[in-house]
Design a protein around this ligand. Structure first.
Ligand code: HOZ
Length: 438
């Protein structure tokens, strides 16, 4: 595959952008080689600047749940842009978006928009601390909640990929109130609460962690987190930046029947534009300024173009208000994503078995990760057992075959409604070939 134009661009990028990228995982450091540059995307495909076509399972790291450049989103963005790119004054689309989120995610009674998932998590933590008047937060090893100082502790995603789960530049004092537990471990959380009576403001958790690959909550684990936070007067914060509006119309909390106190969102909610949100119980949300003492703000929060894109994405997934009830019963988009996910899972497991390569393939709806280990993966320690040399070879073999997976073992894959059964078949056939070479 010729990537000459990409190579030239990367050489130029290295001169002006640290590492040549604006977000570290994109740099391909975990898999070797240089990243390619993309200037066009449509449906399930992206095209690099050398004209190579790739089936894309990164889906802009989650937002492109309808595939790239969906016509309804593009149309909504054009209309909104013609009316003005930013007002810094309330606009009607913010109200539409807030109502939509509250309807789709019943635990959210009030919601505030931000410009990224990082901001949403940072603000939710501050709010939890302000509301409970407590300082300590529990997070889980390998979970990633954006690059917030106090949450860059044993973090996943790029921090884990590059072996720096605790970032330089974060004063120890800033993380002294962050307590880390292994995911899926009940006793560890019980012990933390026992040792920190009346001091824990809340637990922040990715209900289905997708930043160390992908692993699922063990049966009863999320229920346990809900019960223990309630019992101790702490708040349960679901980071649904990845899972929100993806694992079900109401996110992981709908899929696993949990009612968190606060939730954070991003990715799908912005339809590919920079958007985040956090919301939850009204009496907690009313602690925010201007009603309450917890300060939080943003020049581009509720930006009209971003709201238009996000509304179009959510409405296309769930139907317009008048048809939403019917759509909810059919769950069309989510049933389609589930079927595509199941097809990929079955095909990948079969390909690995035939090739005699030990692979543990985890999947939840349209999110997935294959680990090169025969052992089950329930947390980051299990994920670390994956043979990363095999992952590197597999990644490049797939790329050469026109299939793009995330350039790190520690990221989730994403499927969109634009992926077809034929895309999945092609992917599985390429994987079968690649796995035989490992
Ligand atoms: N933190 C994102 C994945 N979990 C990566 C975002 C990006 O590099 O674009």
């Amino acid at each position: 595959m010729n990537r000459d134009v990409s190579e030239k661009l990367f050489a130029e990028a290295l001169k002006y952008i640290p590492g040549g990228v604006n977000s570290p995982v994109r740099a391909f450091r975990a898999v070797g080689g240089n990243p390619f540059f993309v200037n066009r995307a449509s449906g399930s495909k992206v095209w690099d600047v050398d004209g190579n076509e790739l089936i894309d399972y990164v889906c802009t790291w989650g937002p492109a749940i309808l595939g790239h450049a969906h016509p309804k989103i593009i149309a909504a963005v054009k209309v909104a842009a013609e009316h003005g790119t930013s007002f810094g004054i309330p606009n009607p689309l913010e109200v539409t978006m807030a109502k939509l989120i509250c309807e789709l995610v019943p635990s959210v009674k009030k919601v505030r928009m931000t410009s990224s998932g990082t901001e949403a998590c940072m603000s939710a933590i501050r709010l939890a601390r302000g509301f409970t008047r407590r300082d300590k937060i529990i997070k889980f090893d390998g979970c990633y909640h954006g690059h917030v100082d106090s949450l860059l502790v044993r973090a996943g995603s790029g921090a884990l990929t590059f072996g720096q789960p605790d970032s330089a530049g974060v004063p120890a004092a800033f993380t002294s109130h962050t307590i880390v537990a292994p995911y899926n471990d009940v006793e560890a959380v019980k012990a933390i609460f026992a040792a920190n009576k009346n001091e824990i403001a809340g637990i922040i958790v990715e209900p289905v962690p997708g930043n160390a690959g992908l692993y699922l909550p063990k049966p009863g684990y999320l229920e346990f987190l809900s019960e223990i936070t309630k019992a101790h007067g702490a708040l349960l914060i679901f980071d649904e930046v990845m899972t929100g509006f993806r694992l079900a119309r109401g996110g992981a909390q709908e899929r696993f029947h949990i009612t968190p106190d606060l939730s954070t969102f991003g990715k799908v909610i912005g339809g590919g534009l920079p958007v985040g949100a956090f919301g939850g119980r009204a009496e907690i949300m009313d602690y925010l300024a201007p009603l309450g003492p917890v300060y939080q703000a943003g020049t581009l929060s509720g930006n009209p173009i971003a709201m238009a894109a996000g509304i179009a994405n959510l409405e296309e997934l769930n139907g317009k208000a008048e048809s939403r009830k019917q759509k909810a019963e059919n769950q069309n988009a989510y049933a389609q994503l589930e079927a595509l996910g199941a097809q990929l899972e079955a095909g990948m497991i079969d390909a690995a078995t035939s090739a005699g390569v030990p692979v543990t393939f985890n999947r939840c709806g349209s999110m997935f990760c294959g680990y090169f280990t025969s052992e089950p993966v329930h947390n980051v320690a299990d994920a670390m057992k994956s043979d990363r040399e095999k992952f590197k070879k597999f990644f490049h073999a797939m790329l050469d075959a026109g299939i793009y997976f995330a350039p790190s073992q520690f990221e989730s894959g994403f499927i969109s409604t634009a992926h077809t059964a034929a895309d999945i078949e092609k992917t599985v056939a390429a994987a079968a070939k690649a796995l035989r070479t490992l």
